[in-house]
Design a protein around this ligand. Structure first.
Ligand code: SAM
Length: 279
């Protein structure tokens, strides 16, 4: 079965995405390695290094180590959040960096929470797990909290760095998510996105890549995770996501300022990094 997302409502899409990630949560990390030949690790390392968390060049004085609040949206099993903490605490030696890892799916976050138990205690202490729909950050709740308890709003202008990796293409309403990113960021704060993108600039590579993704990935999903449909969905969602330029324009429309062409291609455009600053 293929998911015909063009004809479904936002609510239906949200439900299907929830189903996909609940069923892939346990196999997610292994499958990432298999499907991308481990490349996703290199992209994530590069993404985090390029953001250099824990270092604030704008801070005056000899020590650029100002406190930072990083919000990792669609943080899933923690790959970005853990790298952020490692760079900020171990490399930049800035213990005043805290990370909120949020995701709409508690199953993904639970795997992340378990994985976080092998982090140093100082890093676990500044890591916060939150259930949140990226399209409405006014209604979040702590992971596994009572569903009837009051929700918590992420305040306006409370975040220094907003990250979203391989998440935004799953959102039902991307402009709404960008508006929320803009709202919660402080002036001078940065929106940063790592996402699958288009390899249109390289026709031959594009042909090979399409064959791989549409042919092999659902098959690997079936064989390794016993779940063909979820991986079929993942491939289709990559296909539907806007091009580098279109997505950059959406970020600009949300009010962000971008530098240069506004994005960086990784591996010929298989993935791309987009950044924007809230003026
Ligand atoms: N950022 C992690 C990484 O790079 O490994 C996880 C990426 S995973 C492919 C995508 C995540 O997006 C899933 O955990 C899913 O639950 C989450 N997600 C999908 N729709 C969402 C939404 N509307 N709000 C927040 N998270 C969402």
């Amino acid at each position: 079965t293929h998911f015909g997302f063009e004809t479904v409502t936002e609510a239906e899409k949200r439900e299907r995405v929830a189903g996909v990630f609940t069923s892939v949560a346990e196999s997610y990390d292994r499958m990432n390695d298999l499907m991308s030949f481990g490349w996703h690790r290199i992209w994530k390392d590069h993404f985090v290094a390029s953001l250099n968390p824990g270092f604030s060049p704008l801070t005056s004085g000899p020590d650029p180590r100002a406190p930072q609040h990083i919000l990792d949206i669609a943080g899933g099993t923690g790959d970005i959040a853990f790298r952020m903490l490692h760079t900020a605490h171990n490399i930049n030696r800035n213990p005043d960096v805290r990370v909120t890892i949020s995701d709409i799916n508690p199953a993904m976050l639970s795997v992340g929470k378990q994985r976080s138990q092998s982090l140093p205690a100082t890093q676990q202490a500044v890591l916060n797990f939150v259930e949140a729909n990226a399209e409405d950050l006014t209604k979040t709740r702590p992971l596994h909290s009572d569903p009837s308890a009051a929700t918590i709003s992420i305040p306006d202008q409370s975040v220094d760095l907003y990250t979203v990796a391989f998440g935004i293409r799953n959102f039902s309403n991307i402009p709404a998510a960008l508006r929320e990113a803009y709202r919660v960021l402080k002036p001078g704060g940065v929106f940063a996105c790592l996402e699958f993108s288009k390899v249109d600039k390289h026709p031959l590579f594009n042909a090979v890549y399409k064959r791989w993704s549409f042919g092999a990935i659902p098959l690997i999903g079936q064989l390794v995770a016993g779940d063909r449909d979820s991986y079929q969905y993942l491939v289709e969602s990559i296909e539907r996501f806007p091009s580098q330029e279109e997505f950059r324009d959406m970020i600009v429309d949300a009010g962000f300022v971008v530098g240069g062409q506004g994005y960086e291609d990784l591996t010929g455009g298989v993935a791309a990094i987009h950044k924007g600053m809230k003026p």
